[in-house]
Design a protein around this ligand. Structure first.
Ligand code: GLC
Length: 618
């Protein structure tokens, strides 16, 4: 009898173990990939609704966070393990954040490690990986770097804009990126702003002409573009920004102007299908944009019908009202921001969203709205599929041809007293800080956040472009002045980004420029041969005191890596096409004057908005 009982007990124990192991296996299978339980015939809306029904609040909070890729040089950021543990919805490489080696393979490897980590998270939802590719895939070494937007505004060519956007998306896609924090579409007022070069100038109609094709091109190759910075980023009043200057300051904009000039650009971006919109650090009529619920939730999402996701700018939550970080996050989320760009404080953000929900300060509807928008974009650009990356093909013939055309068409001829065109047989002196420097001609947001002088990536300088096309002698030293027929002086601004680029005085040797500019202008102002000045600057630096000694003046803005495009036009293989995208002030007091100013008088300025000469009407 005792033996029978012992056998029975063992049988029961064995059966229990079998059931337990079976349950554990079943659970493990459930956890491996919840997506397998989504019926494949569902529409995107139905799939998103399924996720909303099946994600935990923790998983939803994770989807609302974009952390930065952690690096070993100062960016705490998130590791792939963090992405998995917190179900993070997105990762970014901020300006200058780049893998080593900084090549296509290095980027692909980096992107894939983070994608795989997200697929291993409890939700299995893939990340969307973001980067600033504001004039080409600019963090990536040997990518094609196009002229910055201000030059593209001078060109004002919608077909070219699409081509640049598409070529940018093509080089991004090779590296596993899927979110581009571009284009910057705000109109500008005060030309002293450090981000003027990132915009499409002062005229809403130029911006309106270019936004749709640019967004459309940028959203090729499974890419999501970001219209930024919503709203009024370029209209801050000098003195209200960082360090008493402009960037991130306060914009005073009337309701009429907001609806007549500023919002229509975002309407154009929405019509073009832009997938995300980034909120501006700046304030609008003294309300921080990152807490401006009425204009984000009501105006942008409801009235304008934006269906993509709204993303905050980099750690912009810090500036939002709130007694502590949790309060700031709650305010930011409740203002209508769906994805929080919290590069380093992603864990605190995660807990703050959950705490905000648990305490009843953030509604489940707000969270579900945010997560639905994010997942919809991820489905729309194919992130739930295993996308094949285009094979490495940087600086291909098509991209370089587009970039060189963009350089040509961005040039604006402002003055020409028979000094241009150059003859290919002439002996030339080519000199100045912008004459032979890839880094300077590319400007900020190139390889590093601020950009830097030097041969920072592949490309052709303005000097090299001239050397390639001339049969005469090209000199680069003042000592050879007596050997030449003409002088080409290339003035420049120092590469800079954001508030580092604010210029209080628009001076040629001020905070953002080089003393060499003035030294050479003075040294060359009394020569007896034609002086051609080329401006490699984002801003219209003041030239009034020197303009009478200049025989020809060309605004080249920040042309990027294909500097040979400048020579194409100087030798008249192509005519000038560009028109000034902003007012060129005669005096500093005019820095904030734009063509929208009532009673705008073109004669008041050194050169008015829209000005530009041709060879046949010099
Ligand atoms: C920056 C910029 C924004 C950029 C973001 C991510 O601070 O304001 O334009 O997209 O951070 O790099």
């Amino acid at each position: 009898m005792m033996k029978a009982r012992k056998i029975m007990r063992r049988l029961i124990l064995f059966s229990f173990l079998i059931v337990l192991i079976g349950t554990l296996i079943a659970c493990r299978q459930e956890q491996t990939d919840p997506r397998e339980s989504i019926p494949t015939e569902m529409t995107i809306d139905e799939r998103v609704a399924w996720w909303i029904d099946n994600l935990t609040i923790e998983e939803k909070a994770g989807q609302m966070i974009q952390a930065e890729r952690s690096t070993n040089n100062g960016i705490t950021g998130a590791t792939p393990q963090d992405v998995k543990n917190y179900n993070l919805g997105s990762v970014l490489n901020g300006g200058g954040n780049r893998p080593s080696p900084n090549n296509v393979t290095g980027w692909q490897t980096m992107a894939n490690i983070f994608r795989q980590a997200s697929l291993q998270s409890s939700s299995g939802i893939p990340i969307i990986y973001g980067v600033d590719a504001v004039h080409g895939h600019n963090n990536l070494l040997n990518a094609t770097i196009f002229p910055h937007n201000i030059g593209l505004a001078a060109a004002n060519n919608p077909d070219l804009m699409f081509a640049i956007g598409e070529a940018t998306a093509y080089e991004m896609a090779q590296t596993g990126m899927h979110l581009n924090f571009s284009p910057s579409i705000g109109i500008i007022q005060d030309k002293r702003w450090g981000r003027v070069y990132e915009t499409l100038g002062e005229d809403p109609s130029v911006a309106m002409n270019l936004i749709d094709p640019y967004v459309t091109g940028l959203q090729s190759y499974n890419m999501a573009a970001t219209a930024k910075h919503f709203i009024g980023d370029g209209y801050a009043t000098f003195g209200t920004g960082i360090d008493g200057m402009l960037d991130r300051g306060n914009a005073v904009i009337s309701q009429d102007d907001l609806y007549n000039f500023h919002l229509p650009k975002y309407e154009a971006a929405i019509q073009a299908g832009v997938k995300s919109i980034m909120i501006s650090y700046s304030s609008l009529n003294n309300v921080r944009m990152h807490q401006y619920r009425m204009i984000i939730q009501t105006t942008l999402k409801q009235e304008m019908g934006f269906k993509g996701f709204v993303i905050s700018d980099y750690e912009a939550t810090n500036d939002v009202a709130g007694s502590n970080f949790e309060q700031k996050i709650i305010t930011t989320v409740n203002a209508g921001i769906d994805m929080l760009m919290e590069p380093n404080r992603f864990a605190e953000t995660y807990h703050a969203i959950i705490a905000g929900y648990n305490k009843g300060f953030i509604s489940i509807d707000r969270i579900n709205d945010a997560v639905s928008r994010i997942l919809t974009v991820k489905y729309e650009i194919g992130l739930f599929d295993d996308l094949d990356l285009p094979s490495e093909d940087l600086r291909n013939e098509n991209s370089l041809s587009i970039a060189r055309q963009a350089v040509r068409e961005s040039l604006v001829l402002l003055k020409n007293d028979q000094a241009l065109p150059l003859q290919k047989s002439e002996n030339l002196l080519v000199i100045g800080p912008g004459s032979h420097d890839i880094g300077i001609q590319s400007g900020g947001w190139t390889i590093t956040w601020q950009g830097s002088p030097g041969k920072i990536t592949e490309g052709t300088t303005i000097l090299e472009g001239i050397q390639q096309q001339t049969t005469g002698q090209v000199y680069t030293s003042l000592a050879d002045l007596d050997k030449v027929d003409k002088v080409i002086l290339v003035l420049a601004e120092r590469p800079a980004a954001e508030w580092f680029g604010d210029s209080p005085d628009l001076s040629l040797n001020g905070r953002t420029a080089y003393q060499e500019n003035i030294d050479l202008l003075v040294a060359l102002s009394a020569i007896d041969k034609p002086l051609i000045v080329i401006m490699v600057t984002g801003k219209p630096l003041l030239l009034t005191d020197y303009i009478d000694h200049i025989d020809a003046l060309v605004m080249a803005f920040l042309p990027g890596t294909e500097g040979a495009g400048v020579a194409d036009v100087l030798f008249s293989d192509f005519d000038f096409k560009g028109k000034l995208p902003y007012t060129y002030p005669r005096f500093l007091s005019q820095a904030a004057d734009t063509m929208l100013k009532p009673n705008y008088n073109p004669d008041d300025y050194l050169y008015p908005f829209g000005y530009g000469l041709r060879y046949n009407n010099s």
